[in-house]
Design a protein around this ligand. Structure first.
Ligand code: AMP
Ligand code: MG
Length: 695
């Protein structure tokens, strides 16, 4: 279960107010699944965070801040008398004076230096006036009582020290100006602070380092905005797949210095990015197919429910390109890396302008030179009252919020005219109106289709976490079987099931493994199963599944594979043999090809899907008029080979299960209920097209 409901990343700043227009190096915050928010100064940021936490009341919220939560060992003790980082937070909160344009950080750093012998450790006074005890250069320092860096920073390449109060990349002022804000948020919302406290409250504060979590991020926005978006989403994804709590545990026992989320858990982050290294899930339990005592005939629905309960995914996880993902099963929730559309754009070819400049009646506007096209943004601003040529898919330039279709305009070299009134934002698409960045795209268990590959690409998702392909072995048994390439006497049977089942496995997105044909010879069979267990995740056998004399399959599986023969109330079908050979599930299908096909569709397919990490799926059926008549006895469910004709669904002339041609004649199955049925022409019956079985 995830630790938090909402994940927020904040990119902090130690500087002054950055102005109204969003800029880099200001404070940026992003809630996973939402758009980044520009916060021009710390007061605005504190208000925004407080309002958001108020609004989230009742939900668990994790907020990551990108500045140190503590100082090197010994510093907290020097100022507060205790080794408690949170006491240091309060110490700063009581002394820091902060307003949008001024603050006392340099004076405070100087005062702290004055409380220590020698010169330092704080340095870099960037003000014009001199500050007593605060040197301008780091090399002027002589104080050596505290380490230059926290332990965690010696392990994080490229980190800056918290003693440096100004200059590019310095974190000194971010910490000093950040901790008072965190101290107030902590008190007001009873937040728990990692790694100093267990994160067992509604609000958790953690220290993050964006470049560690967000190795790459979309480049269609200000860097800081893209980074907080990526980090917030990464936190949400890690929380969903359980790796967040593992990464958090790496910070345990690190004292008053604090820790950076992800450091010491690089293997976990790596694994989250390349989960093929994760251990494979455990094999199935030996008794998973056991039926309760006294069960004789099992109705189809009971059998399916038992199968679903008995099986768990047994394959590992890997990442593949979205282009290779078709037919694969999504292994972890997939989030949009950017919005679709990423920016407001035009839905038509026409002329764009500010809606506020229009009114009733005929409108005439001066036409600007140039144009905005898809992939060719207009760089300037469109002045209020002017219009610009815009083409379908073009990002709306600054000053344009509405577009008129070119067919509705008359245009000269200098002006464009059209009829008012025009609806605000007509013919435009909002950024993210389809999918917002960070938005949930697919759940684990979803099987990727062609259109999904398109969506993933549109949302900038290149790599997709998917389950490894389930390896489905197919084995035919029986002395009578021969290959169709051979001439065969009439007492021999061509092996029809193996090519059929191999094809089915492939259609279902599995890796089909041809285990060949083995004669009714116990030693040969055992050797073949032993080999299969090393290179398959599941084995489909056909033939030899009944209790007849020649049924070495049943005998062997009974003795060494904990065989369970499920007598399912189904026609066509025979007992479905379920066993585990060295932990690998074995589905013993009937030898008769028609029965083998139907049982594969009804039982083997959903079972294999579940083993492969997908949902145990029930085929979609449609009620359609019958173009046949039939009286059906109670006691078992029947599947008839069927296809749609002009008067409704038709069934194959013979129900004889030896008539393999009926499988090719049909496009689906009619499913008749377990009970008695008298079907007249025109009655509605349930039709399952083969498409509903993924064929
Ligand atoms: P069994 O389940 O072995 O008793 O076989 C039932 C019927 O299915 C017999 O007529 C077998 O010859 C036939 N059969 C078994 N396996 C195959 C196969 N792979 N291809 C075609 N027919 C088969
Ligand atoms: Mg046989």
């Amino acid at each position: 279960m995830s630790l938090f409901d909402t994940h927020i990343a904040v990119d902090w700043s130690g500087g002054n107010d950055r102005g109204a227009t969003p800029k880099a190096d200001a404070i940026w915050a992003c809630v996973a699944g939402e758009d980044p928010v520009y916060l021009r100064n710390r007061q605005v940021a504190e208000d925004w965070l407080s309002a958001r936490l108020e609004a989230e009341a009742g939900r668990r919220v994790c907020i990551g801040f990108d500045f140190p939560f503590g100082y090197p060992e010994g510093f907290a003790k020097h100022l507060t008398g205790t080794d408690d980082a949170l006491a240091l937070w309060d110490w700063f909160e009581a002394r820091v004076e902060d307003a949008p344009k001024t603050n006392n950080r340099f004076d405070l750093a100087g005062e702290i230096n004055a409380s220590l012998p020698d010169i330092g450790p704080f340095w870099f006074n960037s003000l014009k006036r001199d500050i007593p005890h605060l040197p301008r250069k780091g090399r002027d320092r002589t104080y050596q009582g505290f380490a230059e860096r926290r332990a965690v920073e010696t392990r994080a390449k490229g980190s800056f020290t918290c003693w440096q109060m100004a200059g590019a990349g310095s974190v000194g002022s971010q910490v000093m100006m950040g901790l008072p804000v965190l101290a107030r948020l902590r008190r007001r919302f009873d937040a728990k602070v990692w790694p100093f406290e267990p994160l067992d409250g509604a609000v958790g504060l953690v220290e993050i380092w964006p470049s560690l979590l967000a190795k790459s991020f979309p480049s269609d926005e200000i860097k800081d905005a893209g980074q907080v978006r990526a980090v917030a989403n990464a936190m949400a994804v890690m929380d969903a797949d359980g790796t967040l709590s593992q990464a958090l545990s790496a910070g345990e026992g690190t004292g008053a210095e604090g820790w950076i989320l992800g450091v010491g858990a690089e293997d976990i982050l790596e694994a989250a990015m390349r989960p093929q290294d994760l251990p494979r899930p455990p094999k199935l339990r030996d008794d998973c197919f056991a039926l309760p005592a006294g069960v004789d005939w099992t109705p189809v629905d009971d059998a399916l429910a038992r199968l679903e309960a008995a099986l768990t995914p047994i394959v590992g996880v890997e990442h593949v390109s979205h282009a290779q993902a078709s037919g694969r099963v999504v292994a972890a929730p997939v989030m949009a890396r950017r919005s679709n559309p990423p920016a407001p754009n035009s839905a038509v070819d026409g002329y764009g302008f500010a809606h506020a400049a229009t009114g009733e009646g005929d409108q005439v506007m001066p036409l600007l030179h140039g144009r905005a096209a898809a992939g060719g943004a207009y760089s300037g601003e469109v002045p209020h009252g002017s219009a610009l040529r815009v083409l379908t898919g073009a990002v709306l330039p600054e000053g344009v919020d509405t577009v008129v279709l070119e067919e509705d305009c008359s245009v000269t070299a200098t002006h464009v005219a059209f009829r008012g009134p025009v609806k605000a934002r007509a013919n435009t698409r909002k950024a993210g109106e389809d999918v917002a960045a960070g938005g949930h795209v697919f759940d684990a268990g979803h099987v990727v289709r062609a259109q999904d590959a398109g969506l993933l690409a549109a949302l900038g998702v290149d790599q997709v976490p998917v389950f490894e392909r389930l390896r489905v072995g197919v084995l035919s048994t029986g002395d009578e079987l021969v290959e169709p390439s051979q001439d065969a006497p009439t007492d021999r049977t061509y092996d029809a099931n193996r090519p059929m089942l191999l094809q089915l496995a492939g259609c279902w997105g599995f890796e089909a493994v041809d285990l060949g044909h083995v004669r009714d010879d116990r030693a040969a069979l055992k050797a073949r199963l032993d080999d299969a267990a090393t290179r398959c995740d599941v084995i489909l056998t056909s033939g030899g599944a009944s209790a007849g004399d020649e049924d070495h399959v049943s005998a062997l599986l009974r003795e060494q594979g904990n065989l369970q023969a499920w007598r399912i109330a189904l026609k066509p079908g025979r007992p479905l043999a379920l066993a585990l050979w060295q932990g690998v599930p074995v589905f013993g299908l009937p030898g008769n090809p028609v029965a083998a096909f139907v049982c594969a569709l009804i039982f083997a397919r959903p079972a294999c899907l579940k083993l492969a990490g997908a949902t145990f799926s029930v085929p979609q059926g449609f009620m359609v008029p019958a173009a046949f008549e039939k009286r059906k006895k109670p006691g078992r469910r029947e599947f008839l080979r069927a296809r749609m004709g002009p008067d409704g669904v038709e069934v194959f002339a013979s129900e004889g299960s030896g008539r393999i041609s009926g499988l090719s004649w049909s496009d689906g199955l009619v499913e008749l209920p377990d009970g008695e049925a008298l079907i007249a022409r025109g009655d509605l019956v349930r039709y399952l097209p083969y498409g509903s079985f993924g064929l």
